[in-house]
Design a protein around this ligand. Structure first.
Ligand code: HEM
Length: 149
């Protein structure tokens, strides 16, 4: 492998690991923490505040890492024109979906999003669903690349 191939590999690894932390944390909050909290008559507030704050920091770091590596990967992929229109179309959808997920996660901190919100839009579900969509499209992109006209 030459040096630019190594750089691409490192970027993809960092992007994927950051996606794992961000999405894995979101899935854990949604599928494990939230039902457990709701089952408690008196949830341990101080502990929950501490854990959500801790995750928020990791989420911020992984968001920054995903955007930074994603932008470089995007320019690298588009400059080599090996993807074709299917690749470009999927990439545009993925970036929009990912940025909307980050925006929703940023404007509604986890602490608020985890509270019971009867009758309101299920934003944590939406954030995780969008994140999953960006993840799936990301994996599809690496297969589509180099195959289309
Ligand atoms: C929730 C947000 C996101 C998630 C979960 C996510 C996840 C992923 C995953 C799992 C891959 C596949 C890595 C591989 O198999 O090599 C990928 C690839 C990629 N992502 Fe993201 N990503 C997100 C946001 C973004 C953003 C905001 C950008 C651009 C600014 C971006 C640009 C890219 C690019 C260009 C690729 C490379 C595709 C290829 O191999 O051709 N991603 N992403």
């Amino acid at each position: 492998m030459n040096s630019s191939e190594w750089m691409l590999l490192v970027l993809r690894l960092v992007h994927s690991l950051a996606a794992m932390v961000w999405l894995g944390g979101g899935v854990y909050l949604l599928l494990v923490m939230r039902p457990a909290i709701r089952a408690q008559a008196e949830p341990p507030r101080a502990f929950l505040e501490a854990t959500t704050e801790q995750f928020r920091e990791w989420a911020q770091v992984s968001t920054l890492a995903m955007v930074a590596t994603g932008v470089v990967l995007m320019f690298e992929r588009l400059s080599n024109s090996g993807g074709g229109w299917v690749y470009v179309g999927l990439l545009v959808v993925k970036i929009v979906v990912g940025l909307v997920a980050f925006w929703l996660a940023g404007v509604r901190p986890v602490r608020r999003a985890m509270r019971r919100s009867e009758g309101r839009r299920a934003t944590p579900e939406l954030i995780v669903t969008l994140g999953l969509l960006a993840f799936v499209i990301g994996v599809a992109l690496s297969n589509v690349y180099g195959q289309a006209a």
